[in-house]
Ligand binder design. Sequence first.
Ligand code: NAP
Length: 303
Amino acid sequence: MERKTKVVIIGSGPAGITAAIYLKRALIDFILLDKYTPGGKVNLTGEIENYPGFSKVTGPDLAFKFFEQLQAMDIPIDYGDIRTVEYLNPGFKVVSDEETIYADYVIAASGTKERLLNVPGEERLTGHGVSYCAVCDGNLFKGQVVAVVGGGNSALQEALYLSTLTKKVYVIHRRQGFRAENRLVERARKTPNIEFILDAIPTEIVGDLQVEGITIENKFTNVQSTLAVNGIFPFIGMNPNTGFLKHFPILNEQGFLLVHENMMTDIDGLYGAGDINHKELRQIVTATNDGAIAAIDISHRVQ
Ligand code: NAP
């Protein structure tokens, strides 16, 4: 199937959804594509307490609110797993597993995917005790012992969420300092069933058919020990979903998109929005910010 539109938005997380809302209000024709459910990573987040208007909301509830808003505005989300984006100078040919779309502008808002620990046992035991989504799988570990790996906002936030379900949560982090907000670290420190294991690096996930433990090595002493756990949640950062853009000279060393203030890359008409962009602060509010700026910039050029 072939279609033509003004703008293709790739990804329906907070950035893509916001771009869609702004383009709709500017009466610009667009297609919003995703290969998963709307809301992106928000769907996988436990509790959110830093999005204005919601003192406390679960990720899936907020994602559903996004979806309801799209429905109310009559904005459909089409399925599409993007294979390539070709620059036709001007314009783009966007090829998904389903169709080919010709568009004047592209907003890449396809977010990130979780980084793996890359230790023995991880791949084999994924789905058998290793999980990258506390909100999806936390219930499976009610009353059990789990380990969260990482020291960023995701690790601390999800450790706090898991502490409400499980008997004990180990937070395994490779140094003493944290990337996570102090507030989250302090809350975790005050939570009786969270124990920090610092300066420790996971070396193996053990278990036959199901996770039975995690082997860690102290960074300074090189002493190895195995913690008995039923579940392991690695939250050690994200890699950008920019594979379909890798032939363009617009990515940084880690593969994040380099954009200007108007969210456009060095390719005329190709924009980036949300966690996919090279930036300091990855939050829902900064993703929505990017989506709005990209859409408004396009609307100024279309008129
Ligand atoms: P992150 O901030 O990049 O943190 C990754 C953590 O994993 C770091 O503590 C890092 O240690 C550790 N790590 C990296 N590679 C490792 C390895 N191979 N073995 C062991 N540990 C490793 O990632 P994130 O927490 O997923 O967050 C991603 C972005 O989303 C951030 O910008 C974050 O602020 C944002 N976010 C915000 C919220 C919120 O505001 N509530 C919630 C979730 C995510 P080092 O510190 O030593 O490098």
